[in-house]
Design a protein around this ligand. Structure first.
Ligand code: VG1
Ligand code: CO
Length: 543
């Protein structure tokens, strides 16, 4: 088989964001675009000669074509073996698990996660390192540097590898091993959770609805929830991955998973509802008539994890991203374990998990996970919830009410202004940053600013420093607003405003969150001049 060396030139803008490189699919399909980036990954990590890689994706449009390119380029650069999910499918947590189980050197995940898929939507590529987690910043910086210097790439000329069946084939001396994407992951879950107790729960008539949103979790959820745990057929819906996610937006939140929300808030609601995103690392949890915010879910899982066999010895620590609410901190305090506050993005949890300093991690964006892999894991969170409900035999609503009664409630909401002008967004952040020293003591929309800074992180394990991770404004009374720009969008800029206020008065735990946060919302809007600078009257998405 012939190895071709193709002359190329650096392409602007191939800088990995919060979670890999995400661009419009058509941009990825342009000549050399994907090839340049893949070769830059190889160059940035010191080559793939004799290495073992894992490869899979969320099944979105171009997933199958891109997988063939990655295989031909891995073979051309001398990789020993690539372990690929059948049909080039792997959920992000399953890919993380495979890298760890098979002691691979790293992996390529083809996904733009919760972003819509299709020829006119989004595509993405992410590189994970040998611990199974997203490449840390020093690695993504080297990859980006390589994209700016690239002059050629290497690719084998060959027919497509058949990825439709498990088995081994050879490609220019490299082994391509196609594996069932679900089997190893299912075993991992069996080891963590009390499947017998969950089976008994379903056998008692407990009903659930899991919406896979036409994305990659479908096959996993079907095999585990309906197959292993005995939930009736139809408990898992939209379970066949489709290249455009059924035309939907595979983001598990009350906006994009509205049909599930409507069901759960209606008269016919089952006991438990859940959804996952494009690549299976996010989760939404909703009880009958009771939506659980991701920040609360993290806290509830941490407080009750010991009910699952995999966590019966307790937790070593909890880690949450800075914009995530402080609900988990209160649990950590009660458990007498540390709580770490990291920048947004799962890559920042890797060192804490590897060092055994955190067991459970979470983000307000519907990501929860533990040290079982090095990615957030949507189905894991759902199974831990089921395990807890099976042990406690209470409703989601009463579990939440009990949690708030014990720890108090962190009212929380995120307001997203999507697709706004990039220059205006950067200016908004720059101007706010410039005013930080003067803000404390000022009264804005009736709220007094108690503190203002920009979050920076010093990793307690490897000592690395990461700056510019979000502007934090604290108010008298303990509320806060956080401002940051998204690093996963593909069009213009997205401003995220995170709003939080703690309440411990038993009589005030049942408010509607937008109402409970109204004062902070008004102050945040005025402080940043959101309306004037973005031209938007209101957020595009409120979660
Ligand atoms: C968003 C979320 C962040 C998450 C990231 C990747 O990033 O806010 O918490 O880790 O997406 O998740 P940003 O930079 O757009 O705020 V996923 O499921 O899209 O890989
Ligand atoms: Co995702």
């Amino acid at each position: 088989m012939k190895i071709t060396t193709v002359k190329t030139q650096p392409i602007d803008g191939q800088k990995p964001g919060t979670s890999g490189l995400r661009k419009k699919t058509r941009q990825f399909m342009q000549p050399h675009y994907l090839e340049n980036f893949i070769q830059s990954i190889w160059n940035g990590i010191g080559g793939v000669h004799d290495k073992v890689l894992v490869l899979g994706g969320d099944g979105r449009y171009f997933n199958d074509r891109a997988a063939q390119v990655v295989l031909r380029m891995a073979a051309a650069s001398g990789a020993a073996r690539v372990i690929v999910g059948q049909g080039a499918l792997l959920s992000t947590p399953a890919a993380s698990n495979l890298i760890r189980q098979r002691r691979a050197d790293g992996g390529i995940i083809l996904s733009a996660s919760h972003n819509p898929g299709g020829p006119d939507e989004d595509f993405g590529v992410k590189y994970n390192i040998s611990n199974g987690g997203p490449a840390p910043e020093d690695v993504t910086n080297r990859i980006f540097a390589a994209t700016q210097e690239i002059s050629e790439y290497h690719i084998v000329e060959a027919q497509d590898v058949d990825l439709s069946r498990p088995g081994k084939t050879a490609l220019a001396g490299m082994v391509v091993e196609v594996v069932d994407p679900v089997v190893d992951y299912k075993e991992l879950m069996q080891g963590l959770f009390d499947f017998d107790a969950i089976r008994a729960l379903f056998a008692s008539g407990f009903q659930m609805r899991f919406d896979a949103m036409h994305a990659v979790t479908g096959p996993y959820a079907r095999a585990i929830i309906e197959g292993e745990l005995g939930a009736p057929a139809g408990s898992v819906i939209n379970a066949t991955p489709s290249p455009d996610f059924g035309g939907g937006h595979p983001d598990p939140n009350p906006i994009w998973a509205k049909p599930l929300m409507d069901l759960m808030m209606g008269a016919e609601a089952p006991d438990f509802g859940a959804a996952s995103d494009g690549d299976g690392d996010r989760n939404m949890i909703v009880g009958r008539g009771c939506y659980v915010t991701p920040s609360d879910s993290l806290a509830v899982l941490a407080a009750n994890a010991h009910m699952a066999p995999g966590y019966r010895h307790g937790l070593k620590g909890i880690a949450r991203s800075m914009p995530t609410s402080g609900a988990a901190d209160r649990v950590a305090e009660a458990l007498g374990i540390p709580c770490f506050e990291t920048p947004t993005g799962w890559k920042f949890f890797g060192t804490l998990l590897d060092a055994g300093r955190a067991t459970i991690c979470g983000e307000e964006s519907a990501g929860t996970g533990s040290d079982h892999v090095r990615e957030k894991d949507g189905l894991w969170a759902v199974l831990l919830w089921l395990n807890i409900l099976a042990a406690r035999r209470v409703s989601v609503a009463s579990l939440i009410a009990e949690h708030w009664a014990r720890f108090g409630r962190n009212y929380y909401s995120r307001h997203d202004y999507e697709g706004i002008d990039s220059t205006a967004a950067t200016r908004l952040m720059d101007d706010l940053r410039a005013r930080l020293p003067d803000l404390p003591g000022q009264v804005v929309a009736g709220m007094t600013v108690s503190g203002a800074d920009e979050f920076a992180y010093d990793d307690p394990v490897d000592g690395s420093h990461t700056g510019g991770q979000g502007i934090r404004i604290g108010f008298d009374g303990g509320g806060r607003a956080v401002f940051r720009l998204s690093g996963t969008g593909t069009q213009g800029a997205t401003l995220r405003v995170y709003l939080e206020r703690y309440e411990s008065d038993a009589a005030r735990l049942g408010m509607e969150s937008q109402e409970a946060l109204a004062g902070i919302i008004a102050a945040a809007g005025e402080l940043a001049g959101i309306r004037a600078r973005t031209g938007r009257e209101s957020p595009d998405v409120i979660t």
